[in-house]
Design a protein around this ligand. Structure first.
Ligand code: IP8
Length: 259
C-alpha cells in the first residue's frame, strides 16, 4: 500500500545557479514553492546541494565514498547546506507553508536508517507540516564521513514510506531519447537498468545518479517521475494525476499485481 504523500526532490541545478558558486535561483524557487503551496496533498521535500554543497565538496575533495575527510571541509559543506535549506524554509514561510527542516543526520546512524524517525516524517505531514531534508555530508563510522545525495535520500524515504507520488524536479524535461534530440522518453517500463553509455540516453553525471535511484525505487513497485522544475505547471499536473511532459519510470509490479 502506498501512502498519500508526495515525496519531491528539488534538484540543486534548479534551486541554485550551478555554474555560479553560492548563488540561488530565487525565481525558480519562488515559482515551484508557489505551485506546491496550492496543493492539498501532504508533502515531504528533499533538496540537493547545487552551487552550495557541491561547490564546497569539490573544493575539499569530498565524495560519496566514506573516508577520512578534512574536518574543516565537513563543517563548511554542512553549513552551506544549512544555509541553502534555510533560504528554502524562509521562502516557504513567506508563502504560509509550514516547513520543518530535518538534517539527514537525524534519521541515519552510520549506514543504518532509523525507521522510526522516517515514519515520524509521515506523521508530521498529518499536521500540515512539510518536512524538508537535504543532501549533506554525514558521519558514517569513526573518522569516516561521506556525501549523501538528495537522490539517495529519495530512495531511503521511498522504501520506508512508500509515497504515492515520487518526483525528481530536474533542470531538463526528462530523460532524453538521444543526446542530440529534443525528444524525451515519456515512459520507461520493466527496465531494471539503463545503459548510460549508450547513445539512447542523454544522461549527465547528475541525471545518471537520479535515474539510478529512480530505477531502484521503481523496482519496489512505485512510479517515479522526472519533471522540469523550470515549468512548474508540469509538476502540478503530475500531482493532480494529469498528463504532462516528463519521464515516468513505471514501478515494477509483482506477478500478483500487488506492488
Ligand atoms: O545535490 C549533495 O546532494 P545532491 C549535497 O542531491 C552535497 O547530490 C553536500 C554535495
Amino acid at each position: 500500500m502506498q501512502r498519500d504523500i508526495a515525496l519531491i526532490k528539488l534538484g540543486g541545478s534548479v534551486i541554485t545557479h550551478k555554474e555560479n558558486p553560492l548563488t540561488i535561483n530565487r525565481i525558480a524557487i519562488g515559482r515551484i514553492l508557489k505551485t506546491l503551496s496550492s496543493i492539498k496533498i501532504p508533502i515531504i521535500l528533499v533538496h540537493g546541494g547545487g552551487s552550495f554543497g557541491h561547490y564546497w565538496s569539490i573544493k575539499y575533495d569530498m565524495h560519496s565514498k566514506p573516508e577520512r575527510y578534512s574536518s574543516e571541509g565537513i563543517s563548511v559543506v554542512h553549513e552551506s547546506m544549512i544555509l541553502l535549506n534555510d533560504i528554502l524554509v524562509k521562502s516557504m514561510l513567506k508563502l504560509k507553508m509550514k516547513p520543518y527542516s530535518v538534517p539527514p543526520f537525524s534519521f541515519l546512524s552510520g549506514k543504518k536508517i532509523i525507521l522510526k524517525k522516517i515514519n515520524e516524517l509521515a506523521s508530521m505531514t498529518r499536521d500540515e507540516i512539510i518536512p524538508i531534508t537535504y543532501g549533506d555530508i554525514v558521519y558514517r563510522s569513526p573518522h569516516k564521513y561521506s556525501i549523501l545525495s538528495g537522490d539517495e535520500l529519495m530512495t531511503i524515504i521511498s522504501y520506508v514510506l512508500r509515497p504515492r507520488k515520487i518526483i525528481f524536479v530536474a533542470n531538463v524535461d526528462g530523460i532524453y531519447k538521444d543526446p542530440n534530440a529534443k525528444e524525451i522518453v515519456q515512459k520507461i517500463e520493466g527496465k531494471s537498468s539503463i545503459k548510460f553509455s549508450g547513445v539512447n540516453f542523454d544522461i549527465t553525471g547528475g541525471m545518471k545518479r537520479k535515474v539510478r535511484e529512480a530505477l531502484k525505487i521503481s523496482r519496489s513497485g512505485m512510479d517515479v517521475h522526472i519533471v522540469n522544475g523550470f515549468k512548474p505547471d508540469r509538476l502540478l499536473k503530475i500531482l493532480e494525476n494529469r498528463k504532462t511532459e516528463g519521464t515516468v519510470i513505471k514501478g515494477k509490479r509483482s506477478s500478483t499485481g500487488n506492488a
